[in-house]
Design a protein around this ligand. Structure first.
Ligand code: DP6
Length: 353
């Protein structure tokens, strides 16, 4: 064991919520005020690759993201390290032949192939990959749902990136957060024709982080309690049904209303938070136009905590949707459009190196 470096690598995908998480009832454990649903995007273009290593050669825990050393003393990273070490330590206590990896310093090296903190859910893929890489290193017999409970403490939306396809984060009721976990609504293969067009309006760091933005919304928005208690529960039920029935028109209706509801409570925050810019508004108009011409909803826009648009559509409508968006918005300054598949990422996971 002296000097040996044990390591394991994995990748985790980006997920884009169609029913949004915005608000914490417990900021320490990242327990949300409402449930949410997301679609996982293909890892071919958007993913975090993470290697977790441990060795007695290392002097302390370190985390590097895109070649930059990060502060690991934050409560979120610490919570993930602590939970994973404690699961490993329980295995080591039960089986004395196991190496005492839980006592060794960790070295985590992570790389994103997309702009960090630009509203493309980098923290989600990042914490999901970190948790799964360490879980693989420790050979934990934990299911994606169990790991989602840990990844949630790193970043709420990260719990949904432990699954491919269509994923729900159930808000749970318990104070310890043991039931606030992600579950699969349907695998990507259930509705494999779903596509996501990601339009990068700006790759700049966002002004107001999700974490602080949602705290201010919870504290100051008069609309927020109605959203959390009435709007989202209804949207969750409708969205789950739409996914199970592959009903794109309903999927699109709920997705767009949800994005608008979320950005409305952001505007209703004091001081107001504006994540969308004029280019985002142009994207909304273009999608509305596409659906009007089609006579039904064949495209659905959604925006997270930034101006970048994600437009969902089905493969058969690629020309009408992606083609039109590209033709109308492609010439605008700074716009980059790319279509991504949705797929079952659990199959792509790489085990220990
Ligand atoms: C708008 O998961 O980034 O993307 O839990 O504080 O890390 P923390 O927040 P984060 O918030 C994501 C908010 C969102 C909506 C969503 O992904 O559901």
């Amino acid at each position: 064991m002296p000097d040996t470096i044990y390591q394991s690598s994995t990748t985790a995908p980006v997920n884009i919520a169609v029913v949004k998480y915005w608000g914490k009832r417990d900021p320490k454990l990242n327990l949300p005020t409402n449930s949410s649903i997301s679609v996982t995007l293909s890892q071919a273009d958007l993913r975090t690759h993470t290697t977790a290593a441990c060795s007695s050669k290392f002097t302390e825990d370190t985390l590097e993201i895109n070649s930059k050393l990060q502060d690991v003393s934050g409560v979120r990273t610490q919570a993930c390290f602590r939970e994973l070490r404690s699961l490993r330590s329980a295995l080591e206590s039960a089986d004395s032949s196991l190496l005492k990896l839980s006592t060794l310093p960790l070295r985590i090296v992570s790389e994103n192939n997309f702009p960090t903190a630009a509203g493309l859910a980098s923290s989600a893929a990042g914490f999901a990959a970190l948790v799964r890489a360490i879980a693989n290193l420790y050979e934990l017999p934990a299911s994606p749902t169990e790991l989602s409970r840990i990844a949630r403490q790193g970043s709420g939306s990260a719990c949904r990136s432990l699954f491919g396809g269509y994923v729900a984060w159930q808000m749970g009721e318990k104070d310890d957060g043991s039931d606030s976990v992600a579950v699969e609504v349907a695998p990507a293969s259930h509705w494999p024709t779903m596509r996501a067009l990601v339009l990068v309006a700006s790759a700049a760091q966002k002004d107001v982080s999700s974490t602080s933005g949602m705290q201010t919304t919870v504290a100051t928005s008069g609309l927020f309690p109605h959203r959390a208690k009435v709007v989202v529960p209804a949207a969750m039920a409708k969205m789950e049904r739409a996914i199970l029935e592959k009903d794109f028109a309903t999927f699109a209706d709920v997705t767009m209303r949800e994005s608008n509801s979320f950005h409305s409570v952001c505007s209703d925050t004091q001081p107001p938070i504006f994540y969308l810019n004029s280019t985002s508004h142009a994207a909304i108009r273009v999608v509305e136009g596409i659906n009007k011409v089609a006579g039904k909803a064949i495209a659905a826009y959604t925006f997270d905590a930034g101006p970048n648009a994600v437009i969902y559509f089905e493969e058969e409508n690629k020309d009408s949707v992606a083609g039109t968006v590209q033709a109308l918005l492609g010439g605008l300054d700074g716009w980059k459009g790319k279509t991504f598949e949705t797929q079952d990422t659990t199959k792509l996971d790489q085990k220990a190196v």
